[in-house]
Design a protein around this ligand. Structure first.
Ligand SMILES: [Zn+2]
Length: 446
């Protein structure tokens, strides 16, 4: 599928424009997709300087009426807080005949996404950093009353990235984008596993949007670290194709696997970087990728003969015992009862588990070779992430290694989406593998 075909299938997004000077196309795109002539730009003080101001001048000269922009002052760190959505909706309430243009990356886009939804509007997003794949994903990760949640809202109608602006973004934000895009490798391997076990068959048309293009997008981490426009453009394209794949599939399986669950656990635990600010999504995911790749190596270094079905069925807990384990693991997280419900759905009867494990054991070599046809080794993954400027050990994101290791068991409880965590859990080796990773000096160190 080419971009035009993907956009035709995507639920919300009608156009994606990436290139040098793309900012100048905003006016004609506004005319093509919206009737309104009044524009409200939403930015923070950094993205206003990087792109918002220039955009406002260019739109004004193109005949648009530029209403007072909503500009959030940074620092302090702009939080994806629902309160900030209200500052945007109150401006739209004053000017209901206006169109919203988000100028920024993750947080600005999420705030505008939700504000547009609440006011019954669609919006344009001008991306200022190739930092994450949330530009064209549905839903916004916002905290409300102290609790982070994904709030419903459609992706932007039009997304623009001007590589002249992406070049000026802080290098760590492009590195974070590399990490988020590299997560499609582990996510792809997880989907292969879920397809094999019959838990979540691969949708080949969605697979084709992202997976065959990944090597190309991720091929030059050193050029990305040098902020070369072509490399930035490739990462932005990859991140947005991933978002479009989620729109086409209608869920995030297309772009998110177990590595994202690690990131979600740390985020929900309120984990902060050494500077006291939240760690970027892409950086948390980078460590999640390494945790997952290490687990893939631990699991698939075993031969089929090492899978002890009898033992796995024997140690698989009854539901009451499992429920107690989940409370122990997840009890400190907000709304932990949700995970109890999720795990209840995943819980198998012993005879179901027996049949499933027989199938898995029977095709073990095939599964292993499919996974490794998708996934680079831990060492290769670590090298690429390091070259791109991503963190490569938990310490790099202010997380101690022990906490990272303890996350395996928690991440497995988080979502009803089959991943390597579930496979290892059902085979009865998840905890042993986590211990194996802990005692291996190759894994999760700088
Ligand atoms: Zn992500």
């Amino acid at each position: 599928m080419n971009l035009k075909q993907i956009l035709a299938k995507a639920k919300n997004t009608d156009n994606l424009v990436i290139g040098s000077g793309a900012l100048d196309e905003c006016g004609s795109l506004l005319n093509s997709y919206w009737d309104e002539n009044k524009v409200i730009i939403v930015a923070d003080t950094n993205t206003w300087k990087a792109a918002g101001e220039k955009l406002s001048v260019s739109l004004k000269s193109g005949g648009f009426e530029i209403l007072p922009p909503v500009i959030f002052t940074v620092p302090p760190f702009l939080l994806a807080d629902y309160e900030n959505v209200r500052s945007i909706t109150s401006e739209i309430d004053k000017h209901p005949d206006s169109v919203l243009v988000a100028v920024g990356s993750g947080t600005i886009n999420d705030l505008v996404k939700r504000a547009a939804f609440e006011t019954g509007k669609t919006y344009m997003c001008v991306g200022t950093a190739a930092s994450m794949d949330g530009y064209c994903s549905s839903g916004a990760a916002l905290s409300s009353e102290g609790r982070k949640q994904t709030m419903e809202c459609p992706a932007p109608r039009v997304i623009i990235a001007d590589t002249d602006i992406l070049e000026t973004a802080p290098p760590e934000s492009s590195a974070a984008g590399y990490g988020d895009l590299a997560s499609k490798l582990t996510a792809g391997a997880d989907w292969i596993i879920a397809d094999f076990t019959g838990d979540d068959p691969i949708d080949s048309s969605v697979w084709e949007i992202v997976q065959p293009r990944l090597e190309g997008w991720l091929s030059s981490p050193e050029k990305l670290a040098a902020a070369e426009p072509e490399a930035l453009s490739r990462i932005f394209e990859g991140l947005n194709f991933s978002g479009l794949a989620m729109q086409v599939l209608g869920r995030s399986r297309a772009a998110s696997g177990a590595e994202h669950l690690f990131s979600h656990i740390w985020e929900m635990s309120g984990h902060l970087g050494a500077d006291g600010n939240p760690v970027s999504h892409g950086f948390q995911v980078s460590i999640g990728i390494l945790c997952v790749t290490a687990l893939m190596e631990e699991v698939f270094s075993k031969g089929a003969e090492e899978i002890n079905i009898e033992k796995a069925v024997d140690i698989y807990p009854s539901w009451p015992k499992r429920a107690a384990e989940i409370e122990e693991l997840m009890g400190a997280l907000p709304s932990w009862e949700e995970y109890l419900a999720i795990c209840r759905k995943k819980h198998l009867e012993k005879d179901q588990l027996l049949r499933k494990l027989q199938r898995i054991k029977g095709g073990w070599e095939v599964l292993s070779s499919r996974v490794w046809s998708r996934l680079p080794s831990y060492r290769e993954m670590k090298n690429s992430l390091r070259t791109a400027g991503c963190p490569i050990s938990p310490e790099d994101i202010n997380l101690d290694r022990q906490t990272a290791i303890k996350t395996y068991a928690k991440a497995q409880c988080m979502r009803n989406r089959y991943t390597i965590l579930d496979l290892a859990y059902e085979i009865g080796i998840l905890n042993d593998c986590a211990m194996g990773i802990q005692s291996n000096s190759e894994y999760l160190y700088r």
